[in-house]
Design a protein. Structure first.
Length: 196
């Protein structure tokens, strides 16, 4: 019996494989590659942790996948001969922005955030985003504390993936990192269930 590992994978909104492959990603479809499986060089990738998968995300479309065949495992991703798409295929940009704001709120106590940044993080009001980004950048330039920069950057950047990862980096290596992974998994799972 072939070993199967359940994992997470993100794609762009075009729902196609990258690097010139351009095969369409569809629920139920199984893609395969030829040649020696080599992490970051040749293989169909995925991560057991959704937070790990997010750092490699080329876009906001999330997939639950099954990896099988020959595999090479790294610390935060796996390259496999085969990848089957079993769930997802939805653009979760709004969920990622919500997660980025939540993550930034977890480290907000590390700096004296401008009021507009606090309001944006708490409400997600898009009308405050530009002002929050500008205020956060100004605050980040004014302080040498890396945690403050990560929180400010996470609060302000439009790219949800970059924002979520910056906030996640601030908590890496401690219990907050595990809490972030659980929070993102819960948020994405609820989103996928709502799509059924």
């Amino acid at each position: 019996m072939e070993k199967i590992i359940k994992a997470w994978y993100f794609s762009g909104t075009d729902k196609k494989l990258r690097y010139g492959d351009n095969r369409k990603i569809v629920i139920g479809r199984k893609h395969s590659v030829k040649g020696k499986i080599d992490l970051c060089e040749n293989g169909l990738h995925g991560s057991k942790s959704i937070l790990d998968a997010l750092q490699y995300a080329p876009g906001p479309v999330v997939w639950q996948v099954e990896l099988s065949g020959n595999m090479e495992k790294g610390s935060d991703k796996i390259a496999a001969r085969h990848r089957k798409y079993i769930d997802g295929g939805i653009d979760i940009s709004d969920t990622l922005r919500e997660f980025a704001r939540w993550s930034a709120l977890q480290v907000l106590h590390l700096w004296d955030a401008p009021d507009v940044v606090k309001k944006y993080l708490e409400t997600g009001n898009d009308e405050l985003r530009a002002a929050a980004r500008d205020a956060a950048r100004d605050a980040a330039r004014a302080t040498a504390r890396e945690a403050a920069w990560d929180a400010a950057r996470a609060a302000a950047w439009d790219a949800a993936r970059d924002a979520a990862w910056a906030a996640a980096r601030a908590a890496a290596g401690d219990a907050a990192g595990a809490e972030q992974g659980k929070k993102l998994l819960d948020m994405v799972t609820k989103r996928l269930e709502a799509e059924l």
